[in-house]
Write a protein that binds this ligand. Sequence first.
Ligand SMILES: [Zn+2]
Length: 358
Amino acid sequence: MKREFTPKIKLRHGIVIYRRRRRWWLFGIFALLILLAFGFYYIYTNVSVSEAVPNLVGKSLEESNNLAAQEGFKLDVSKEFDDRSEGTVISQNPKSGELLNRGGAILVVVSRGAKRVLPEEVPTNIKSLPPTESEAEEEDDEVLGIKSSEWVVCIDPGHQEHANISPEPIGPGSTTTKEKCRGGATGINSGTSEYKIVLQIGLKLKDLLEKEGVKVVMTRTTNGVDVSNAERAQIANRANADLFVRIHCNGSSNISSSGIMTLYPSRNEWCTPIYERSKKAAQIVQQELVEECKRQDKGIVSQGDITGFNWSQVPVILPEICFLSNSEEDVLLNKESFQNEVVLGLFNGIMKYLELRI
Ligand SMILES: [Zn+2]
């Protein structure tokens, strides 16, 4: 009798049922097949589809794009100044020969070309650039899907030659007022006014951004103007700027205070819509400024009572670049070479922010 070999389960009232062992065997085989199928699928997706990353360093961006595409990779591109010619890949991650899953992204850093400064005042230690090959640049941008000419940056060199202390609301509809345009800081030894230094920096920054294809709108290009802080923000609004950059130098009664900080708006009744983007821009620009200028990092600070923030409908930051009240930084701010570093830091930060496309 077959059933003699099958296990029995005895229920309470003397009823005996027999287990059907053969069906369990069938189920076991079926489960094993499924496991095998999953196993092969895992191996297929995780092992056999990885490819060695090609060497892209030293190649053009276009060539790199083609090489990456051949292996099923994408490129994630950022740009930096470098002595290698514009559009050349400087570094990559993962490195050549390392394995990467198909569809994965290789991070590449591409040269923007050598550091650019205003040609007539080039310090000997900074190389000037050969003329920009705008066609090649456009080609690269097409590869990247970036059209830098779409971008608008509004630059606001802080203050002006004559302060205007008549009041204006600190935000649309506010009963709280502040002076339309306060006087700025003054160099503790040099006596140089903040409005002069920040205009010099602002105009250099304008040149650099325009060479990169960015449209620049200035709130002022001379010192003898009368433009209130609310009006400055409205200039940025009318330009529909991707970023509104208000350049200032700091001043303090404590002459040992030094370093760089970047202000951005608070989440108040006016600035909530631009809060996140402004904060991101502040973080990036602050980091680039500190890196380029090698001054103390005083971090980013949000402020709710700044007229030029509260009237702004576009992301806005206010880098406070060093202290004119500090004798060492007063000397630096009056130096062409240091101003160039400031301009580069601002430029790098602004471009990095714009390239995030947030
Ligand atoms: Zn200022």
